[in-house]
Design a protein around this ligand. Structure first.
Ligand code: FES
Length: 112
């Protein structure tokens, strides 16, 4: 059975805002875009240092604060090539709680 973990309240992250949480040793950034929540692995895969929590929103995506690579928040796809694709996580809202599930089947692993 798929496990989800309660990591925040929806009220913690108003529309247009973000919050970084830690789950099972992974830093994950949660974004609220027009009331929809998205969860992405926080560390940019380009240089493996920059935190995407400090990135700039770009549609349903976030641009890394360092070199501007863009990551789709639904799929984890990077606009600079699939070797930079990253993980996004299943997310659901239950009674005002944000729950994070497993990493989605994403492009960073599907081409292997
Ligand atoms: S470190 Fe993120 S784009 Fe270079």
């Amino acid at each position: 059975m798929t496990q989800y973990f309660q990591v925040a309240k929806t009220g913690d992250i108003p529309s247009g805002e973000r919050k970084r949480i830690e789950l099972n040793g992974e830093r994950i950034s949660i974004f609220n875009i027009d009331g929809e929540f998205y969860a992405i692995y926080d560390q940019c895969p380009h240089k493996k240092t920059a935190p995407l929590i400090r990135g700039t929103l770009n549609g349903v995506g976030v641009k890394c604060p360092n070199h501007g690579y863009r990551f789709d928040l639904k799929t984890g796809e990077c606009d600079r090539g699939e070797r930079f694709n990253t993980r996004v996580y299943a997310i659901k809202i239950v009674e005002g709680n944000i729950l994070i599930g497993p990493a989605k089947e994403d492009a960073s692993t599907s081409s292997a």
